[in-house]
Design a protein around this ligand. Sequence first.
Ligand code: MG
Ligand code: MG
Length: 271
Amino acid sequence: MIYLKSDIEIQKMRESAQIVSRTLGLVAKHLEPGVTTASLDRIAEEYIASQGGRPAFKGYGSPKNPFPGTLCISINEEVVHGIPSESRVIQEGDLVSIDCGVEKNGYFGDHAFTFGVGEISEENHHLLQTTLESLYLGIDQAIHGNKMGDVSHAIQSHCEGHGYGVVRSLVGHGLGKSLHEEPSVPNFGKPGTGERLRDGLTLAIEPMVNAGTWKVETLHDGWTIVTADGSNSAHYEHDIVVRDGEADILSTFEYITELDKNQSVTIPTYG
Ligand code: MG
Ligand code: MG
């Protein structure tokens, strides 16, 4: 069942998404060689609570193995769903994907950014840049009257055109009163196929792109997804609402792009 959102609901979703955006900006300020992923997770959890929100990932999943963190922190060959840990220390040159979900007033925000730590290689920078570009190319297609396949194809063709692998087994999604709602938003597909996009449809668009093969595996922790060939991976995610003419982005990267040049993160540029 697909739920189209009213303007009041969209306003609540924007508020949750903006808490996520500010959380990502805050975490990025603390992202440097030597810090543990658990320390970043604590910063995020405290900030979200201070904003009247609830970390949406914490406790998510089956009761047998609920996700324990506020953030998913996925480094290098880890694609998504990395678990924050006291023993995982950030290193110079790492690619670090930070994914965060927040619920406030019954509505969810969910978005993500991949950072380079300190100086990163030219190859890694190109992977980040291309993946971020593909997110915006997908968003450009998320307008009333288009089909989901138009979004999917825009992402896939851009990334594969650069020789990268686009993950198949994990996809973007609808969101709103739940963290994951219908429809699915695959990062691969044919133009003109799939769900017709309508005003008020709210989506999390999130390309997951590997430097090598598109194939992935799950680690024994039951959560962490890694590339099957050990190549590095990048992940960017925005929340949007479909509009007539132009997608409206509910989340923002402005707290990241405004980071001072002295911060120890490298970020791709877009637009
Ligand atoms: Mg998501
Ligand atoms: Mg996410």
